[in-house]
Design a protein around this ligand. Structure first.
Ligand SMILES: [Zn+2]
Length: 396
């Protein structure tokens, strides 16, 4: 399937929100009128003929529209990576707000204070390892995890300890780990992913990214590396968030590529390996940003909302097309088609482009706080953030 078609299918999934709006009432009616019967009955018609006709029009319009695709292209190619706090994230807020105004939504920017972490230099090399040729080192490809602290500007050098999981780390004495660099070599389960359980495989490996640096720090390590999460080849490191805690030292944290993790693990099995590590990210003061909120008011229950959303921020090593430009664009397309077809939803359709999903969730937390009194009026909510590949279903 082409990317354009994939987006169209994702958009069609988001139409299920319209179903939600009518279905509750309709199902109650069906239950009230049905009587016990010995043989299975056919599925009752839960949508009125006019609703079904409108859904059909939406479906057809979605299959021929390239609006969502063009929005993803603009967010990714013209604006680029949208790390929270960056100029690109600010530009994306402005852009999405103005695009949603153009199609006639009531648009608000709701202020959010967000973290402002910026990537710096990130290099590493094996400087001592078994079988080493004279005067050589081996380059290691890695990236810092957000919100990693920095090494000193000219780096640190230490022996590397490789563990596969937390149990292996715990089995080592503190003396063995203290002053060393710990590498968690927990492999992403490609087999599980191939069986359609990519999310689960990702979650298992992310556990080490989230909690590995703290666990290593508690045993005295001076830096922590993880094997990149995900099934990528071509020696690409994969960034993401790690979670520091207040009662453990914050040590520099990075992700090496899967190939480099295998390399280091193999050499460590043979003898002592020393790594020179330079990562110089910075945590700047918090900065003001915004969630973009765009409403198409409901004709019967304007106070009741159906949220269709994606997150506007992204990590900085790609352009945030799939994670989550696609989710934002699909949500924008929802509003675009409803307007274009002059449909009048009974409840308010609220498009939200969330800020700071990746490294802090400040946007959604702020929304929950600001809208606490209206929680009961949030009739349904959806965030499209599971990728924009071949859709396999919908989670409710
Ligand atoms: Zn995402």
């Amino acid at each position: 399937m082409s990317e354009l078609n994939q987006l169209r299918v994702v958009f069609l999934l988001s139409l299920s929100l319209f179903f939600c709006a009518e279905r509750v009432g309709a199902q109650q009616t069906a239950a009230e009128t049905s009587s016990p019967t010995a043989s299975p009955s056919s599925t009752p018609a839960v949508f009125s003929a006019p609703t079904l006709a409108e859904l059909k029009r939406l479906q057809q319009a979605a299959l021929t529209s390239d609006y969502a695709y063009r929005q993803v292209a603009h967010l990714s190619n013209n604006i680029g990576p949208r790390l929270t706090g960056s100029a690109q994230a600010a530009k994306a807020v402005e852009y999405v707000a103005s695009e949603l105004k153009v199609i006639g939504c009531e648009v608000q920017l709701e202020k959010v204070t967000v973290p402002h972490w910026v990537r710096g230099e990130e290099t590493a090399a094996l400087v001592q390892f078994p079988g080493q040729a004279v005067n050589t080192t081996q380059k290691i490809v890695l990236c810092a995890l957000g919100p990693s602290v920095a090494t000193p500007p000219n780096g640190i050098e230490a022996e590397v300890i490789v563990v596969r999981n937390f149990d292996e780390l715990k089995s080592l004495s503190r003396e063995k780990v203290a002053g060393k660099i710990v590498l968690f070599n927990y492999p992403f389960d490609k087999q599980m992913a191939a069986e359609g359980r990519g999310g689960e495989a990702y979650g298992e490996a992310v556990f080490y990214r989230s909690n590995g640096p703290v666990a290593a720090a508690r045993q005295g390590a001076i830096a922590c590396l993880i094997r990149s999460v995900g099934g990528a080849d071509y020696r690409l490191p994969h960034t993401g968030e790690t979670d520091y805690v207040n009662d453990a030292p914050k040590i520099p944290a990075g992700a090496v590529t899967a190939e480099d993790a295998d390399l280091i693990a193999d050499l460590v099995r043979q003898g002592p390996v020393r790594l020179k590590l330079v990562i110089t990210p910075q945590t700047l003061p918090d900065i003001e940003s915004a969630n973009v909120i765009a409403d198409i008011k409901g004709s019967e229950h304007p106070e009741q909302m159906i949220v269709v959303s994606g997150h506007l921020d992204s990590w900085d090593l790609g352009t945030g097309a799939i994670d989550d430009g696609a989710g934002v664009a699909v949500s924008m397309e929802t509003a675009n088609l409803v307007q274009k077809l002059h449909l009048k939803p009974k409840r308010t359709i609220r498009v939200i482009a969330w800020m700071n999903e990746e490294n802090g969730l400040a946007g959604s937390k702020q929304y929950a706080k600001d809208h606490e009194k209206e929680w009961m009026n949030h009739f349904a909510a959806m965030e499209t953030d599971g990728g924009a590949d071949h859709p396999l279903g919908i989670n409710i």
